[in-house]
Design a protein around this ligand. Sequence first.
Ligand SMILES: O=C(O)CCC(=O)C(=O)O
Length: 294
Amino acid sequence: METETLEIRQVAPTFAAEVHGLDTSRALPPRDVEALVGALDRYGVVILPKVFLTPEQQIAISEQLGELENSDEGSPSFKKLRENMKYVDSRVSEISNIAQGDTLLEETDIRRLFTFANQLWHSDSTFRPIRARYTTLSAVRLPGQGGDTEFADVASAYEALSDEDKTEIDGLLGVHSPTVVMEFMGATRPDGGGFVSEYGTQLRPIVDVHPGSGRKFLSVASHCSHIDGLPLPEGRSLLTYLREQATLPQFRYRHRWSLGDFVIWDNRSTLHRACRFKERTQGRQLVRTCIKDL
Ligand SMILES: O=C(O)CCC(=O)C(=O)O
């Protein structure tokens, strides 16, 4: 498909597209921003192959899509984490297993926990009062093998549900909190106690509507702990089923990174997860921004 300025090539059966023709070296003109938002509404995941953005260029493009999350916001533990990170600007964060001094993270480094948690299907910041509308990642350093990012099209997955399933989940609210993921990952406080969420819990519809496309989508990120008003086991059983439906192979796209790739995704119409790699022996570093869903 060609818009006036961009060449768009869909890369998975139902969603995800490479976009060519954007001049990312400077601020985007308004018509390109509009075309980019239109592509995100339509494809959910937009890939700009090998554009090699600097963190400053990545911030500039991200800010054209909306207000950026501050990675410290509401979270003293994130602020502490950033003290060790290479990019100290709180508008970016790093997905990385590399420490200052270019060594791999120590076994006990808490950042490893976050990268393992990213291997669960999720949608960014659903546990915060304001979820992330978009996330951007730039590939700075990649392992020899693995370390892909996988995406799922949760709008097409919703549409493929049976009418009976659609009726059953209509109007249900999911309860989101980082605690469910952190407990699953075995996170503990330094004193050995259990993980305590700094965000409380957020209620979000299990079936939401995307304002850009008008399509319904399944909101079943791993941070959705249970279903409001349903007994815990019943709600978790339903969530497990819906996550399976949302991530069936026909609704997936797997991004095999090349250095310099810049990927933007819409956290409403997609789920994503990091794929495993040999993180004890190989380095992987991506620069990340998150745009608030205001
Ligand atoms: O590391 C990846 O491939 C995915 C990162 C991720 O899950 C995130 O940025 O939320």
